[in-house]
Design a protein around this ligand. Structure first.
Ligand code: G6P
Length: 622
């Protein structure tokens, strides 16, 4: 979703802001803009719709905007269409139709999130003589700050905190005030924002990769806090305007981890990084051959007490939950429900102290998942977050955190974070099974030994990529694809189908293979592609039968199964073999050919693989 950046220091701001915005492109956007201050002069605002290079062209790569303090934004439209006038930054004064130029305003700002009561606030401001040039909730927020700033003749921090009390919804805001030429003021509630500092420079961004090139010293501004950002110096305040301290965190991952490193796309690079992501995650959770979850704070006693697990997540993380359900129930014998966060938060699901709610999230910022976490806590459940981004809001608010070690993931379509989440859930299932005496110590050891073989087996699956590339080139004109499987294979199908549709724009659906005949089979026509996931021994023949039902209605069949299962070739048209492993861990291997199919199909269709239309990496609005 929207990306925010800011810079104040001794260098020209605009080129730095453009560079930082380019590193937030993965979040998804449809327009962009900059506001730059030159000493005491007013802010100069430039905006453009479409890709960031339009903004770069309009500003001569930033050179046309002089000044050492500025803010920038990529906008993913929520209120108002993706036009120049609706693009950020927004200002407290009036703007020309183009929304660009030197602007006579006391306040200019950028925003990520949604202000739910913006209509009510807008009416209040209209009554006080304000006029509005855009359809955005952000313009309302900026003008509300301006209103309090002037009415009470207070400083920026107090004006912002007054607004924070009035605004309902979520926001990360970066604001510049005319009277404070080299400072940026920031505020945050439920939307991500970080502040980086160097000796004489300060940076703001929605995410670490945007500023990693410039500094590794980062403050994670807390929820409902305000920051006053001067060159090389940041001060934080709470809602009362009292100063608070926010620790400085050193980012340890390499800046190169957020670069393409020779690959054509981030997605392909991240697909290849999966063995490492899995190995790193396993190494962080298994020490000297034993599962060690002490850092999560989950005790053996707590695990013995669990009566019910609710896994809550969105998108691919929800698919991990679907896979984890089979593994946890089968190994640890604990009942598991898997819920979409956007549904869970509004349902009155019975939860008690014996319920463990597990929130799975790569970013740790997904608005629905965060809201679900808060609902679970309010209702008295213990909460565990499986999160990739260290210091993210979900990680900070959950009772217990288990970090995956996938490193920064840039492509919108997740791959390595999904794989890291899967093994984290496997470890959790084995650990719970051991503690609840569903598995002996020997069985636990054996399972851990098998998990340790996954990275090498994943590498072997990756070696098959040319065959998948060839197959994708044949299916670039396909209209519909069905992914089917039973049990864990159904969970894998869900992820395979999402990978395909989100980046190739080909309609696809995942179905529990046995359910297909209850309606969906009527969609099968000559040459409809049906992909069967066939990794679960007891369910293999059942799914093959369902595939044959499709074949006899004209479908073309692709089967994904384990090495040596050659009889599958009697039934399906094209087979992909993956190495054998314990059945519980099959998702980690079977998902890779499906990711590659989605990837190559998108490439063959000439699409923007890393930044598919309408999607955002981190969905910070409801
Ligand atoms: C977006 C992304 C998906 C992701 C989902 C949940 O829709 O495009 O790839 O699975 O959000 O994100 P999270 O960061 O909570 O895992």
């Amino acid at each position: 979703m929207c990306g925010i950046v800011g810079y104040t220091g001794h260098r020209q701001a605009a080129p730095i802001l453009l560079d930082s915005l380019s590193r937030l492109e993965y979040r998804g956007y449809d327009s962009a803009g900059l506001a730059v201050r030159n000493g005491t002069a007013l802010a100069e605002v430039v905006k453009a719709t479409g890709k960031l290079y339009h903004l770069a062209d309009k500003t001569d790569q930033g050179r046309a905007l002089a000044g050492c303090c500025g803010i920038g934004h990529t906008r993913w439209a929520t209120h108002g269409d993706p036009s120049v006038v609706n693009a950020h930054p927004h200002v407290s004064g009036n703007c020309s139709g183009s929304g660009s130029g030197t602007v006579e305003s006391d306040v200019a700002g950028v925003h990520n999130g949604i202000i739910e009561n913006y209509t009510e606030l807008k009416e209040k401001l209209l009554r006080h003589g304000y006029t509005f040039y855009s359809d955005t909730d952000t313009e309302v927020a900026v003008k509300l700050v301006d209103y309090y700033y002037k009415k009470y003749k207070i400083g920026p921090v107090d004006a912002i905190t007054r607004c924070m009390v009035r605004i309902r919804g979520s926001y990360a805001l970066a604001l510049m005030f005319k009277d404070y030429p080299d400072e940026i003021f920031a505020a945050r509630k439920d939307s991500p924002l970080i502040i980086g500092v160097d000796e004489k420079e300060s940076y703001l961004a929605s995410d670490v990769p945007a500023i990693l090139k410039y500094t590794r010293q980062v403050h994670y501004i807390g929820n409902l806090q305000v920051a006053r950002v001067a060159p090389g110096k940041v001060t934080f305040f709470d809602l009362n305007g009292d100063e608070v301290s926010v620790p400085l965190t050193e980012i340890t991952w390499d800046a190169e981890a957020a670069e393409k490193g020779g690959y054509e796309h981030f997605m392909l690079k991240e697909i290849h990084e999966q063995p490492q992501a899995v190995r790193d995650t396993l190494n962080s959770l298994v020490k000297d051959g034993q599962i060690d979850l002490t850092e999560t704070g989950l005790t053996d006693e707590m695990i013995r007490e669990i009566g019910q697990i609710d896994i809550v997540a969105c998108g691919s993380a929800w698919h991990v939950g679907m896979a984890a359900q089979y593994v946890i129930e089968d190994l640890a014998g604990i009942p598991v429900r898997v819920e979409l966060a956007s549904e869970f938060r509004y349902r009155n699901i019975p939860i008690d102290r014996k319920t463990l709610v597990i929130i799975i999230s790569q970013s740790g910022e997904t608005a629905d998942s965060l809201a679900a976490l808060r609902v679970a806590k309010e209702r008295g459940a213990a909460t565990l977050a499986i999160v990739n981004v260290i210091g993210s809001t979900i990680a900070r608010e959950a009772d217990h955190v288990l970090y995956t070690m996938a490193g920064p993931e840039i492509a919108v379509a997740t791959t390595k974070a999904y794989s890291a989440q899967l093994v984290a859930a496997d470890i959790l299932a084995i650990h719970m099974a051991g503690i609840r005496e569903k598995m002996t110590a020997d069985q636990v050891r054996e399972m851990l030994g098998e998990l340790a073989t996954l990275p090498d087996k994943m590498r072997r699956v990756l070696e098959e990529k040319e065959r998948l590339q060839w197959f994708s080139s044949k299916m670039a004109n396909t209209h519909d694809i069905f992914f089917i499987g039973r049990g864990l294979d159904y969970a894998i199908s869900l992820e395979g189908s999402l990978k395909m549709k989100e980046i190739s724009y080909i309609h696809s659906e995942a179905y529990a293979a046995g359910e297909l005949k209850h309606g969906t089979i009527s969609l099968i026509e000559n040459n409809t592609l049906v992909i069967g996931v066939l990794t679960q021994k007891e369910l293999y023949e059942k799914t093959v039968s369902n595939m044959m039902e499709c074949k006899s209605r004209g479908a073309y069949l692709l089967g994904i199964t384990t090495n040596g299962n050659f009889s599958v070739e009697d039934s399906v048209n094209f087979t992909v073999y993956i190495p054998k492993t314990d059945q519980h861990f099959m998702a980690s291997l079977a998902v890779i050919p499906l990711q590659l199919l989605g990837y190559y199909t998108s490439v063959n269709r000439g699409l923007d693989v890393d930044k598919p239309r309408n999607l955002a990496k981190s969905v910070t609005v409801e």
